[in-house]
Design a protein. Sequence first.
Length: 207
Amino acid sequence: MNVSMLTEVPIIPVLRKIPYEKSERIIQALVNGGIKSVEITMESDGAEKMLEAARGKFGDEVIVGAGTVVTKEDCQRAIEAGAQFIVSPILVEEVVRFASEQKILVIPGVFTPSEMMKAMQNGASMVKVFPASVLGPEFIKDVKGPLQNVSIMCTGGITRETAKSYLDAGALAVGAGSALLKKDLIAKEEFEGITKEARKWLRMISD
């Protein structure tokens, strides 16, 4: 698994604190909407069970990663549960090195060009600019000038209306949280609504 496979469909939904019993149906709804990868955050109740269940049910149909990984121990548990990529909100060099040694794609959170370079030097496959909405797409465009070989994902405050601007600026993917996985749809178990929302996001970035 590599960056190009992960970013083939450049919208990566972030499942944060999703009820375990709804997780498979949510992922199925996203897959039905054209999504090819999901991130399950490790602070969610039953995160490891969700990772294992998703890998078992969906196989090669969807790439499953673990998010909010901030310790080596979290990283190890996520990998043992089947995570195919690791995402952190911050740059934890120990996590980056450990995942890299395990041949697992790892995406640490960064906020400055210096952090980007430090992440790549430690073995990061890609970096996550977070929170992206604070910096905006112009930052991505500007930083891609001198750091054109750094693969960037943007997460934090991304909406359906702004996602394309980050991709156009040079990001390879965007992480989408509650703006895509709307809490009311999840609460009401309106999974078809999640499918429709995913399709709207994909249409928006292709226009």
